[in-house]
Design a protein around this ligand. Sequence first.
Ligand code: PEP
Length: 253
Amino acid sequence: MTTRRSLIAGNWKMHKTGDEAVQTVQQLKTLVADAGDVEVMVAPPFTALTQVATTLAGSTIALGAQNMHWEAKGAFTGEIAPAMLVSAGCRYVIIGHSERRQFFGETDATVNRKIHAALAAGLSPVFCIGESEAQRDAGQTFSVLDKQVKNGLEGLFSKDLQSLVVAYEPIWAIGTGKTATNDQAQEVHAHLRRLMAEILDNTLAQTMRILYGGSVNPGNVKGLMAMPDLDGALVGGASLDPETFSQLVHYQG
Ligand code: PEP
């Protein structure tokens, strides 16, 4: 049986100034210092990345960004290039979060360009996919996800995707307090792993980490993480407070 190291990742969205972010990770460093078998990542806003990277020096907490542009440089006012994230100390970058798709016009095509660019820069993309409530109610969950995965990964092969992390985030569960049940999440994760085996290869499908995201909190994390195909969580609201986030990291006991 393949063992996949769990990843508990905090997406801070548009929260925390540089100083607030530093304060949070200072506490978090101590709180999760013993979480050896679980990997921890935080994704602060761009403006806090370098301060957080400095604060995290010597700790095992990984740094991620919440977005990036696919071009290396140029006249793209307000955008951030992959190499800028690498030089700021990022190992991960969240790509295609549903808020980016919903409010900033991201499509499967732009997500695909970003995944290519992130991998080329040596960043591990956290590739977000998820269905809306209407799509779930209409029985379209698998077809929506299949399309997002196939389009998002177009032109990539298993040799390119060793560091890719997938985050299944049902849109109806993000920031709503409504979580997928353990069985609903497992059903989708198992489906995604089968899909990866079909379109890429079985070895990659077995080693690829698939995170769940959507109102994960200290009360539901243990049940979700006990499901065989859930390899961690992408957490929004509950990642902002270091004590609460640490409880998620320590879901095993
Ligand atoms: C997210 O934004 O990725 C997320 C899962 O948010 P929340 O945990 O607040 O639902």
